[in-house]
Design a binder for this molecule. Sequence first.
Ligand SMILES: Nc1ncnc2c1ncn2[C@@H]1O[C@H](COP(=O)(O)OP(=O)(O)OP(=O)(O)O)[C@@H](O)[C@H]1O
Ligand SMILES: [Mg+2]
Length: 264
Amino acid sequence: MLQLKQIHKIFNEGTPDEKIALQRMDLHLKPGDFMTVIGSNGAGKSTLMNLISGKMIPDVGEVVIDGKDVTMAKEHKRSRLIGRVFQDPMAGTAPAMTIEENLAIAYSRTTSRGFKKGVSKTRRSFFQEKLESLHLGLENRLQAKVGFLSGGERQALSLLMATFTEPKILLLDEHTAALDPARAELITALTKEIVQSYQLTTLMVTHNMQQALDLGNRLIMMDKGQLIFQANEEQKENLTVEKLLAEFQRIRGEKMSSDKAVLI
Ligand SMILES: Nc1ncnc2c1ncn2[C@@H]1O[C@H](COP(=O)(O)OP(=O)(O)OP(=O)(O)O)[C@@H](O)[C@H]1O
Ligand SMILES: [Mg+2]
């Protein structure tokens, strides 16, 4: 479903600020795979997401989604294939627009007719039905401006907008990190439910190792632009946070004093 072949990305090449963000990385996700991604700050996790979504183009390598080579395709050209939720609750939605208008924009990605401001009765009840599945009462607030929603409500709405069009790939980049523990737990539970019900092929970045172990069927660890460790379903079941930390330390050959904080 998703194949990355030798993708390589360097920022500010040839300058003193040169940074190799991804080093010839290969990755293959089968349909329905749910992979969690961990790694310290600057490991290249968000760059990986940006290369898949088309926000950035790799210097070398290929991105193949559902058999189509999309390496050079512009972000909007592949938006129908990809749903994405960011860390910042402000990022995925239009705050000055209503819940209904935001949903209509997300929905318009699936049709070639584009976004229309008016919403038909059928469409409205479809939106309401989808909102009900979030269990937050948002189905009764269709005309509320999204800017007035709480962070957790916005992330739930972003998650819905990223998934109800049933994309081929779902990208989650620390989408629970900015929330308080109770809201983070709620969004985590919703993520699990939604990914399972649509059988979405998913990549989820998290700094929460326990979350990385609890969710999904595969796990990878990145460091300095490389994939340094991966676990399949069976191996993942036997992993613990302690084992992951020990693995990181073994591969890096360093004590975890500072990285421990960001990896957990
Ligand atoms: N647009 C950019 N211009 C220059 N350098 C960049 C850019 N985007 C990322 N980088 C650099 O590439 C490296 C990888 O960044 P990336 O954001 O992918 O890391 P990350 O694993 O997502 O980290 P974090 O856990 O902090 O979110 C970092 O050193 C970063 O400074
Ligand atoms: Mg990041």
